[in-house]
Design a protein. Structure first.
Length: 216
């Protein structure tokens, strides 16, 4: 089934998909609100914003259906909720690597958030050099007649990591998921440069923190 056929098929069930996707939108709203509050609280307490900016999205029906097909599953709401972990997704961009783990800790300490899965591609980068912290969270969505638990994928990375990932993503699709070896090698070198930059910026931050502490 090609992409055009997938789009046409999902149009036939758009009402059914709307019922599902609105839940994931509400799940995103819950996490976004928590993140904004935590960021403001952190700024108030430590005079530092761990979050530079947020990007969030809900997958469209065609994207969900295509992913289910790749997994060998029928394109149903039940299968989408069971097998597609990233219907709702948030990307959090930070200045420093240390901020990534601060944000993770803050989310993990929330009573109504359940951390289902953690994939640390910072400590254990992918072979191509990709780095990011991936979380699958489950958050309650309170509706008028029931409470639904909704999964949200959260990716947390530095500005430098995000820039690298954006270039890698463009090359990945330009070359139809088969990046030429020489470009893959250059990407890996660039990932090493990004790592060195993040390390340098972390060192500078520590020096600034020490100077500020000495003047208190």
């Amino acid at each position: 089934m090609n992409k055009e056929e997938v789009v046409e098929m999902t149009k036939l069930h758009i009402g059914e998909w709307k019922d599902l996707l609105i839940l994931y939108k509400f799940g995103l709203d819950e996490i976004n609100t928590k993140l904004k509050i935590l960021n403001e609280e952190f700024k108030y307490m430590y005079n530092h914003n761990p979050i530079e900016h947020l990007k969030s999205r809900v997958k469209d029906p065609a994207g969900i259906t295509e992913k289910l097909k790749r997994k060998g599953c029928d394109p149903t709401k039940e299968n989408a909720r069971e097998y597609v972990q990233d219907i709702a997704g948030i990307r959090i961009i930070c200045s420093f690597v240390s901020d990534i783990y601060k944000i993770y800790d803050m989310l993990d300490q929330q009573d109504d958030i359940h951390v289902i899965e953690v994939k640390d591609y910072i400590e254990n980068p992918k072979p191509n050099g990709y780095k990011s912290l991936h979380l699958i969270l489950e958050v309650p969505v309170f509706l008028s007649n029931r409470t639904e638990m909704v999964k949200v994928e959260v990716q947390i990375r530095t500005v430098a990591m995000d820039f690298w990932a954006g270039i890698e993503h463009k090359l990945y699709y330009k070359y139809e998921k088969s990046v030429p070896d020489h470009l893959a090698g250059e990407l890996l070198k660039a990932a090493e440069t990004v790592h060195a930059l993040d390390e340098k910026m972390s060192g500078l931050k520590k020096e600034v923190d020490l100077l500020e502490a000495s003047h208190v």
